[in-house]
Design a protein around this ligand. Structure first.
Ligand SMILES: *Cc1c(COP(=O)(O)O)cnc(C)c1O
Length: 823
């Protein structure tokens, strides 16, 4: 249902005339995600650090002609374009979505709560898709921007909408309520998540309840409310309340539950009838989410037998996109959980973001999506692929094969009727160096393709949570002035996390600079298509060719390296090469002495070979209060050096001093740029509490064998592990060759499994470690063990090893497979 741009101008009360008629189908907020430029409307959203107006030029160049802006634009620069001028671009986006929502009169479920929103939404979709044609939020699109984009997908052919709303501070829910306009509300729970923006739980509850102001019915869990809160008093009295509880009288009362091996039987009292239902999960969160769904089905009048049979088919929701290394240097993005057009488009964006300039392959099954005729659907799919320049397309299924001609514009295509056909005919050598997206409906069992493409390695992996990394960057950015630039330190294989993958993410999120330790690290990044400027900290003559060939910018730290690089460039006839000048202000490692700044300035002034891009120094102890005096002393020396260069050099340069802990402990020392290192990875080296960082790396492995060892026997080399009682000992698949420090042996270190810590027993071996699991029930071979991560902070492991988190991270060996996760 396209809107004319004139109509949109009216809806959002834009204050300038529309010159060119246009019809709008897509709302665009991200210049990197243009797919259908002619029918897209770009909203120039402004945030604290990014101003959408500065992307107008880029977006226009790529064919977009319609814009919503809040600043006057020189329209003569953009022929044939419409600029709708409003006071607040975000409000305009929300107003448009809210208007769109009002056009439809089918039921809409609105979900909020601290946890479980996405799962409840996805499960309701699984449970109700038999009778309804459902439109729902893609993934976790639940923010001030995500909600309008979700609701914009509503169309006439749908019969039910399911949208989630997430807020982080007071005042946000009203806007979301006006956009979603739910007729049925679900409150999952009020927990710890996102508490920072609220004074207390009651304030948070009140804010969340705003979503339900105009609901007819509300499903909620009584037990999850903050104590002493009476929800009825806070809500519009006309709302029909549908409560559930495990402790109290409620519409749906859970009288007891029995956990079985892999399911849970819950006993329900509802409308004076007792019955039980099996839920195919055993963890509390899943049970609670399933009960919310059962309530909605009861509310909608489903028979108990139907509820039971559908519930047993519930599938776990994989909310994360996982990028894994596959055979022949490929990467596999397996996103086979959802199988519809909007999730395809999100997965394709992610694939392109990760692949950089590498080739891309999409393997797609028949799409089982109601509501669009097949011929139209596959034309739309082909369009999505072609717009993103996907190199190779493999279609699997009878229907998609029938429409093979619509994919003719893609470089390389092939089609198979079944997954088996594909697996019989395909060979590994057809797949090398490319990024492969797997997206298949459940019946096509694409996990078999995934398995076939995956590189077989031992089961120790380091998971890198890219979403957590983005979160951490934002935490630090909040401490900076909007104009302060950010250099991300990706040296040492990005502190062990994988340089290329991390650099791609940071490039996508528009950090300003990258820095590596050695030239060859920079070369790897360039080969992977990283175009950001890259500073190389430790250069020597052997690396000069690489610097020039790959456009890498050296740190110049001494007169010796200055002279030899200058001479090298001179011989090559190169001028104006970008360099970074480093001063020693107390570290006594690399850098010019501040006393030499006058001599250095004289040399720089009379030459053309170098351009000074930045001037910097490094803080010795920015994390410790004890040395704050010394830190300020370093800053004074640094200022002295900068002042001389600023006075004498013809061009302006960027100044930078602070590392991660400097950023928030010394906000007065941010100059024009800061260098963020360990903080990216979720480690606060000052051990403070004011930053809400999320751990990025999780190292995990599995149990290979479990045995009982009798009292007085020993475990491991040199009989070091003395067993004092009859014990259950598990061997895990990690050793010092993987980076599991030998100091963790003999009870010093512990690992985390089944919500408990288990001590290491005996010496750490090269490839294996034994742990004592006597006190942990139900441990089985194959169980997962966390070495560090979310539950066992890396800082704790560092303490056990007598070292710092930096060393623990960077010593995880390259044979440990890295898996990248996007939440
Ligand atoms: C590694 C490094 C940083 C980053 O330090 P963190 O403490 O990890 O933030 C900054 N500057 C220089 C010169 C470095 O070598």
């Amino acid at each position: 249902m396209p809107y004319s741009i004139k109509h949109i101008a009216q809806i959002i009360s834009a204050s300038c005339a529309v010159l060119e008629e246009a019809s709008i189908v897509y709302l665009l907020i991200d210049s990197r995600k243009i797919v259908f430029p002619e029918t897209s409307l770009f909203f120039a959203l402004t945030g604290p650090r990014r101003d959408g107006h500065s992307y107008i030029h880029e977006v226009y160049k790529r064919g977009v002609r319609n814009f919503v802006v809040s600043q006057k634009i020189d329209t003569t620069l953009y022929p044939n374009a419409n600029f709708l001028l409003v006071n607040d671009v975000l409000k305009a986006l929300q107003t448009l979505a809210s208007h769109h929502r009002s056009q439809f009169h089918y039921p809409v479920i609105g979900i909020t709560g601290s946890n479980g929103k996405t799962i409840v939404k996805e499960w309701l979709y699984q449970l109700l898709q038999g009778e309804e044609n459902i439109v729902r939020s893609p993934r976790s699109y639940n923010s001030q921007v995500g909600v309008p984009l979700s609701v914009w997908q509503m169309q006439r052919q749908h019969t039910l909408g399911i949208f989630e709303a997430g807020i982080s501070t007071v005042g946000e829910m009203e806007a979301l309520a006006n956009i979603i306009q739910p007729t049925i509300g679900i409150l999952t729970n009020i927990g710890e998540a996102h508490s920072e923006g609220f004074a207390n739980d009651e304030e948070k509850l009140k804010e969340k309840l705003q979503l339900f102001t105009h609901c007819q019915q509300l499903v909620y869990c009584k037990d999850a409310l903050p104590t002493g809160n009476n929800i009825e008093a806070l809500l519009n009295p006309s709302i029909q309340l549908f409560s559930w509880s495990k402790k109290d009288i409620a519409t749906v009362q859970i009288t007891s539950e029995t956990r079985l091996l892999n399911q849970t039987e819950i006993f329900i009292l509802y409308q004076e009838k007792s019955f039980s239902i099996f839920i195919p999960f055993t963890d509390t969160a899943s049970i609670d989410n399933a009960i919310s769904c059962i309530c909605v089905m009861l509310l909608k009048g489903f028979e108990i037998a139907t509820i039971q049979s559908r519930l047993l088919q519930l599938q776990p929701v994989e909310m994360r996109m996982q990028l894994k290394k596959g055979v022949n240097n490929t990467y596999i993005l397996n996103d086979s959980y959802s199988n519809d057009l909007s999730s395809l488009s999100i997965a394709l964006d992610y694939l392109k973001q990760q692949s950089g300039s590498a080739n891309t392959t999409v393997i797609l099954s028949d799409i089982l999506q109601a509501g669009i005729a097949d011929d139209k659907l596959y034309v739309m799919v082909a369009n999505e692929l072609q717009q993103r320049h996907i190199h190779r397309f493999i279609g699997i299924g009878k229907v998609i094969s029938k429409y093979h001609v619509v994919f003719n514009n893609i470089q390389q295509t092939s089609f198979y009727n079944t997954t088996d056909d594909f697996l019989q005919q395909a060979t590994h050598h057809q797949f090398s160096n490319d990024y492969i997206l797997l997206k298949g409906a459940r019946v096509f069992a694409f996990e078999r393709i995934n398995h076939w493409l995956e590189q077989k390695v031992h089961q120790t992996v380091m998971e890198i949570n890219l979403s957590a990394m983005v979160h951490n960057v934002k935490q630090y950015q909040q401490k900076l002035l909007p104009t302060t630039k950010l250099m991300a330190m990706v040296k040492a294989f990005s502190y062990g996390s994988g340089s290329v993958e991390v650099a791609r993410l940071l490039q996508f999120h528009k950090v300003d600079y990258l820095a590596v330790a050695y030239a060859d690290e920079g070369v790897d990044l360039r080969k992977a298509g990283i175009t950001l400027p890259i500073m190389v900290m430790n250069v020597d003559e052997a690396g000069f060719d690489a610097l020039v060939d790959y456009n890498l910018e050296p740190e110049i730290y001494s007169f010796n390296i200055y002279n030899s690089f200058q001479q090298y460039l001179f011989q090559q006839g190169i001028q104006q090469f970008p360099i970074h000048i480093k001063f020693n202000t107390g570290m006594n490692r690399l850098g010019f002495e501040v006393d030499d700044v006058e001599i250095l300035a004289k040399q720089l002034v009379k030459q053309q070979t170098f351009v000074v891009k930045t001037v910097f120094s490094h803080l010795v102890a920015s994390e410790s209060a004890e040395h704050d005096g010394f830190t300020q002393h370093q800053a004074i020396l640094f200022n002295t050096a900068c002042a001389v260069l600023e006075q004498q050099l013809p061009n302006r340069f960027i100044k930078h001093l602070a590392n991660s802990s400097g950023i928030f402990r010394h906000p007065n020392l941010q100059y024009n740029m800061v260098r963020l290192g360990i903080g990216l990875y979720g480690v606060d080296s000052a051990n403070g509490t004011e930053l809400h960082l999320q751990p990025v790396a999780t190292l995990k492995t599995t149990i290979a064998q479990i045995r009982t060892v009798k009292a007085n026997d020993t475990v491991g080399y040199n009989r070091k592990g003395k067993v004092l009682r009859d014990s259950k000992i598990a061997t895990i698949r990690i050793g010092y060759a993987d980076g599991f420090n030998r100091q963790l042996g003999n009870g010093v270190g512990k690992v985390w499994l089944h919500h408990q810590l288990a001590p290491v027993i005996g010496n750490v071996c090269m490839d294996m470690v034994m742990i004592d699991v006597t006190d942990i029930v139900n441990v089985q071979e194959g169980d997962e063990v966390e070495v560090f991560g979310k539950h066992l902070p890396i800082q704790q492991v560092a303490v056990w090893c007598n070292t710092i988190a930096y060393e623990v991270m960077t010593t995880i060996s390259q044979r440990v497979k890295r898996v990248y996760i996007e939440e």
